[in-house]
Design a protein. Structure first.
Length: 201
């Protein structure tokens, strides 16, 4: 994590990342916003949801964003059998095959990995991507957008974790407003907004 933070902040780079989609309510709104602001981001998708919404998944890739694997069913590797957690990764990559390479980027659900899931990722030659700033968009009480923006400004960039899930108007708006605020601070602070790519690891 410290190495990841240094790598991003030394380069004054900001990566916006959205997990758990694609979602028919939220993902198009996030994509519309990114398009309006000419920004590109990274989507760590669930294979099962990508299969249910191939047209949205296709749009993510078509509009130049990076797509990574976030498993198929979002199992927590610390709370499930090792074999189930490994299967969840394999299923995710299989379902995402039209959009994500078999060694494409991976983000573990809840940020949790075990030795067997590490082995599976290493066997594929994939890279694991955590985050340096948690937006708190899944917290019981939503944080203040200004605090997240300040954290990014103070760090001089980083990788921000958000979710493109439909969790009600207030949370959806939080993610959209935060995205907009992060793009604003990037412009003010001359941070380069970039999608994650395998080569960065
Ligand atoms: Zn997730």
């Amino acid at each position: 994590m410290a190495r990841l933070r240094r790598q991003f902040t030394n380069a004054r780079t900001l990566a916006l990342t959205y997990d758990d989609g694609p979602c028919p309510v939220m993902t198009p709104q996030v994509l519309d916003l990114l398009q309006r602001r000419s920004a590109q981001a990274t989507f760590f998708m669930l294979g099962g949801r990508a299969q249910s919404h191939p047209e949205i998944t296709q749009r993510v890739v078509r509009e130049g964003h990076s797509a990574g694997c976030h498993t198929s069913r979002h199992l927590n590797a610390w709370k499930t059998l090792p074999s189930s957690a490994v299967s969840d990764i394999r299923d995710g990559y299989e379902q995402l095959a039209p959009w994500v390479a078999s060694d494409g980027m991976f983000r573990p659900p809840y940020g949790k990995m075990t030795l067997p899931t590490y082995r599976e990722i290493r066997r594929r030659g994939a890279s694991v991507w955590w985050w340096t700033v948690d937006s708190g968009d899944t917290n019981e009480t939503l944080p203040r957008i200004g605090d997240i923006v300040d954290a990014v400004r103070k760090q001089g960039g980083g990788i921000v974790l958000m979710h493109d899930l439909d969790r009600g108007l207030q949370r959806n708006q939080f993610v959209l407003d935060l995205t907009e605020a992060l793009l604003d601070v990037a412009a003010r602070e001359s941070l380069q907004v970039t999608p994650l790519i395998q080569a960065m690891s």
